[in-house]
Design a protein around this ligand. Structure first.
Ligand SMILES: Nc1nc2c(ncn2[C@@H]2O[C@H](COP(=O)(O)OP(=O)(O)OP(=O)(O)O)[C@@H](O)[C@H]2O)c(=O)[nH]1
Ligand SMILES: [Mg+2]
Length: 301
């Protein structure tokens, strides 16, 4: 049904790619044809960028796009705003921040509002990133504000996850959720033009060292950048590239595939289950006086 469209999308035709994403996002009949034909290239790296609002994630992505494009690479960027399905402000901000790349032929940028997915990234984040991998890009970058579950989810989606922080976060870092620290494969202290950046970077390194995680013996996992000036971006890209080449990445890729499979199966199996519906059915069931929760859930085997 979508054969022609998919053929065009594979050749990196931006309009066709945008249409494929919309079809998937809106679950248009037959959308699985698109995901099953496009989403097969697991070799294309996905870089996740997360961190608190305003840390400079979009500015950093903008600068990273430059690094890749200058190397002749094709880049796809997905900006997800999980916190505010009705607030288009952040998405608009991303649009402005990366405006110089919007019309570049080697760059594709798409913003996604989460549309109320509870604390999650986006209901089709997995499918859309996989789809982009199949459309002739060399790298896919996913930006999301680190609130709630999203930073944990992004780590399950991306081959490398960068947690972007600012020097002022030094006071909060002790209270940062352990999950957030574990989710990151690399820490970026952005806005290093502000005071306290060196101190904060050292604190981070010390914390990681103390946590005893072997991953962090390599000190280059904490990097400083001034995204707005492009400082430290080349070094950051190099560190990301090296991390992607590291031993053990094949196993990580397989683990990520299994995790994505789990999420997709979960979504498929749960498709006919929703809490409002359950409430209604239970109300009805209770009228009969012989309601039993465990008999009731057998309907969902
Ligand atoms: N001083 C300084 N300002 C920066 C730097 N990087 C980004 N900014 C500024 O910080 C502000 C926020 O930048 P964004 O890139 O929109 O931050 P973000 O993390 O994408 O924000 P959200 O997507 O809204 O969470 C902008 O005004 C940027 O110009 C930096 O290295 N130094
Ligand atoms: Mg942003």
């Amino acid at each position: 049904m979508f054969e022609e469209l998919i053929k065009l999308a594979i050749t990196s035709d931006k309009r066709s790619i945008a249409r494929c994403i919309s079809l998937v996002e809106n679950e248009v009949d037959g959308y699985e044809e698109i995901t099953s034909m496009l989403a097969s290239k697991i070799d294309v790296p996905v870089i996740g960028i997360t961190g608190p609002p305003g840390a400079g994630k979009s500015t950093l992505v903008d600068a990273l796009i430059g690094e890749y494009v200058h190397q002749g690479k094709r880049v796809a960027v997905v900006c997800i705003d999980p916190s505010s399905p009705f607030n288009m402000g952040a998405l608009l901000g991303d649009r402005i921040r990366m405006s110089k790349w919007y019309n570049h032929e080697d760059v594709f940028i798409r913003s996604l509002a989460s549309r109320g997915a509870l604390g999650g990234l986006h209901p089709f984040a997995i499918e859309i990133t996989d789809l982009l991998r199949g459309c002739g890009f060399d790298v896919v970058i996913v930006e999301t504000v680190g609130v709630g579950q999203s930073e944990i989810e992004i780590a399950g989606l991306a081959d490398v996850t960068l947690l972007v922080l600012v020097p002022e976060a030094g006071d909060e870092i002790q209270f940062m959720k352990a999950g957030l620290m574990e989710a990151a494969s690399m820490f970026v202290v952005n806005k290093a033009d502000r005071s306290g950046a060196d101190k904060f970077a050292s604190l981070l390194k010390a914390m990681l060292h103390a946590s005893g995680d072997l991953r962090y013996n390599n000190q280059s996992v904490v990097l400083k950048t001034i995204a707005s000036k492009g400082d430290g971006i080349a070094e950051l890209k190099l560190a990301v590239d090296q991390l992607l080449l590291k031993d053990g990445n094949t196993e990580r890729k397989i683990a990520l595939l299994a995790r994505r499979a789990f999420k997709l199966i979960e979504k498929k199996r749960m498709a006919d289950v929703n809490s409002a519906n359950l409430l209604e059915q239970i109300k009805k069931g209770l009228e009969s006086n012989s309601f039993n929760l465990y008999k009731f859930i057998k309907n969902y085997n």
